[in-house]
Ligand binder design. Sequence first.
Ligand SMILES: O=P(O)(O)OC[C@H]1O[C@](O)(CO)[C@@H](O)[C@@H]1O
Length: 462
Amino acid sequence: MTLTLDFTNMMAGALPNGAGITEAQWREAAEAFRLAHRQVMGQQAQLGFLHLPTNEELLRASVAVAQDTRGRFDDVLLLGIGGSALGPIALRTALCAPQWNALTLEQRSGNPRLHVLDNVDPATIAATLARLDLSRTRVLVVSKSGGTVETMAQYLIVREALAQAVGEEQARAHLVFVTDPEVGSLRRIARAEGITTLDIPANVGGRFSVFSPVGVLPAAIMGIDVRALLGGAAHVTLLAEGEDVARNLPGAFAVLQWLSDTQHGRRIQVLMPYADPLRDLALWFVQLWAESLGKILPDGTSVGPTPLPALGATDQHSQVQLFMEGPQDKTVTFIAVRGRTDEGRIPARHADIPELGYLGGHTLGELIDIEQRATAGALAARGRFNATLHIDAIDAWHLGALMQTFELATAYAGALYGVDAFNQPGVELGKQFAYAMLGRAGSDAARTEWDALPKPDPRWRL
Ligand SMILES: O=P(O)(O)OC[C@H]1O[C@](O)(CO)[C@@H](O)[C@@H]1O
């Protein structure tokens, strides 16, 4: 069980024409990292995520609800958005069998299907509700704040549908809330109605919550080895205790991306796993990196790298042209898998056609791995910064290790950029405008600001 980071192709020497991070920059950054590490470790009030992998009480609570769910329910419907949905989706895609929801109960080893509503598009919600037998559906309502407008709207609709399907009394027994231990509307409803509720510790922010019941409960319900998941995360947390960047993998990832951005203009940071099960991990990473690091400094400067998800080999036929020849403003971090269980041997047909015959006898596992190495080499040959995270297998332990690596890297990157990685003030104004238009009490100031905005100008309309 290993996770390694090869960053040769980020460094001067490996890249042509003087491109790349120099050894002097790397040495200087080691000092910057020491300070960043100390600063992060001093922010204990926001570092709840570091303690989640070893929180036995939270784990036991999730496992108990999972046991109560399996067998009683065929479907689990998770309502949430942002960090409350992206982690569960990434875990399902990575660790459940492909096409999980289309498999039979036997193929799912008796575990339920998992549906995640992470938006308020009425067509998706109507289609999902039409497909589900609500009398056999457990509903997880996941929200750290317990009041996010999209999740609350989903909750009101689904609760109404549940009540109609099974009656008010029974509906309560289908619901499980995952939310802050004290505050928010969900907690209030849970207290008043005795609804089963699991805690997201107060010092854990939404996008850092995957190892709380936010991710662990749905994972346990689907039969994922949650102990191994948390074990991988705990392993990385230990790795990151030291302030020497050369021994701290999450620290090294953060430093490399920060140097690439601030010293080499590589502002766009691509995460490109070469494995379908890791496709949604890249989307989870996008929220973590973007919402944590895109900020305004006290002097008014805007900072923050732009994360971009990609998938190998698929995106070799879409985005890689841009990565190779577009502006020199990107880094690419590949995730490569060493041990693939189903290698998929390619039959030796059409041996007489040289453009096809060479494939016979190779395996798909070999092909995807070679394509990753070829793309990394091609990018390096053209001076394009790239690094590769290697994992042994796509399993719960490695997923835990990868996700905790990115969470820690995000905290370090926040300190390196000089921003608070744990808030998201930039999402507020849009929320306030929406509240004002929906008539929520207390949004008069937003209404006034909204009304003062320029109206659509007929000259600029086609
Ligand atoms: O879990 P909550 O509180 O419903 O928040 C959902 C998402 O909304 C945000 O607060 C703002 O986008 C995210 O940080 C968070 O993951």
